[in-house]
Write a protein that binds this ligand. Sequence first.
Ligand code: HAS
Length: 552
Amino acid sequence: MNAFTEKVNKIDRRDAKLGMAHFYVAFIGLFLGGMAGLLQTLVRSGQFTLPAGIGYYQLLTLHGVVLALVMTTFFIMGFQFMAVSRTAGTLTNKQRKTAWVGFWLMTIGTVMAAVMILLSEASVLYTFYAPLQAHALFYVGLTLVIVGSWTGGGAIIMAYVGWRKKHPGQPSPLLTFMALVNTLMWIVATIGVASTVLFQLLPWSLGLVERVDVAISRTLFWYFGHPLVYFWLLPAYMAWYVIVPKIIGGKIFSDSLARLSFILFLLFSIPVGLHHQLVEPGIDPAWKFLQVILTFMVIVPSLMTAFSLFATFETFGRSQGATGLFGWLKKLPWGDARFLIPFIGMLSFIPGGAGGIINASNQMNQVVHNTIWVTGHFHLTVATAVILTFFGISYWLIPHLTGRILTKAMNKLAILQGILWAIGMTFMSGAMHAAGLLGAPRRSAFSEYGGAAQAAEWIPYQIAQAVGGSILFIAIILVIYIFINLAFFAPKGEEEFPVGEAANTAEKAPMILENWKLWLGIVVLLIAFAYTIPFIDLIENAPIGSKGYKLW
Ligand code: HAS
């Protein structure tokens, strides 16, 4: 390898350290959160009681906060830093320092929130809905996680701006562009959750004010809560658009299409939060209807992604001599964990996305809202499509960063891990969907509901969830084992950081896609359009508010 390719292709050791720090926290979180998940499914089967006074809702809070908020955020920040470092060049000292400050703020915040949960001071679940009231330090911890992520986001923005200055008139590298879009979306979205935490929940939990306006707090939460799911999804899309084509030996279908789909996410992922509140009182149905329409707009970039992926796979297969309608499927590298694991994720996103469309449809939402169907939906989307893609990324990125390789034996184990995950999740998420349709509630411990006949119908599905949860836990043990191997024990060597090229390199991405004043201007307008009147309504018609409750 000559000095030039070395410089371009290999991530600088100082940046690699930054990435690995994020991944250590993410994988510790995966283990703790996964353990909590296993115990939950066992409790809900009715066959197991928690020892040592551990509460079901305490465990559920740990599971949700550690996996949905902590594990994802650390993995995503780490991955995005590495993607930027690989494609826009090594971070400057200032950028790297800023990123480290962000990392430490997030880590301190995580420890604070986790300690409060473990001390049973914050069993408020991952959505920390008022009027459930946690200890003030729980909210302070979450605030630090957000502020830390903004600081890290600042480092990504600085790296992007630096690249643009050095390359005037040129479109930025695709992965850097994508990391930037996700960062911008995240910053705009987290303003909602930061507002409710700082101005409502924190003063209320400190006793500075007695009551909280529940509807405003939830609306601010969901202003953030829906883009949050795309903050998880977009790094997986980065891998699907840019990395998977290179792994299979193919090309990115269209660089411009990929960028456009990310811009559409930036525009439409925020002004849609009311679709989580379709059954809540206090919000005019006309505004809910408007946000449902906008929700259907945010489905478009996912459909574009599906189209683009099929095109990449089919074009590659045919270039290898495949014939017939589905002959190209046979040409894909099924034995390569770096491809197979994200591919299982893509497959699961087909029913996962279809479930989302059902949720978003007002009438059907009345059937599924607050049932365990919704839990089934997000275990297919974030806990399969996204997480399997993150595992697939780890299988080449961790050895790339530690100067080791994914051996054939580890590749096989990784494939087994992905297949176990798919089987476990089919049991667990499938049973959740089915029980939800029979009316089983979400966010609830085991109960026979006074011997009600309807509740008895749910029990076989709850047992199936425990079977699925146990298989998933075995898969988590495997992934942790592989992670430790890749971080510390695998043979030394060079593992590639695959970055795909567009099929048509002559096609230059239109520079308008990097006109941030335009896109952020539209974002602000759409948010103002979708949220101003609902918020004025909520404030004008505010009830006296609620005192805090600790139901655990
Ligand atoms: Fe959702 C609730 C609507 C996507 C996560 N969602 C949740 C919650 C979470 C979550 C965590 O409208 C629960 C929050 C809570 O605690 O209360 N969701 C949607 C819609 C979409 C959607 C319309 N959700 C996601 C994603 C998530 C996620 C992504 C995480 C990563 N969701 C809702 C609604 C609720 C909700 C309501 C509230 C429910 C309630 O009442 O509480 C869309 O973005 C989905 C679009 C996706 C597609 C699929 C495209 C398929 C692709 C794969 C292609 C495959 C290939 C391989 C190429 C249209 C891209 C195939 C190869 C072969 C050979 C076949």
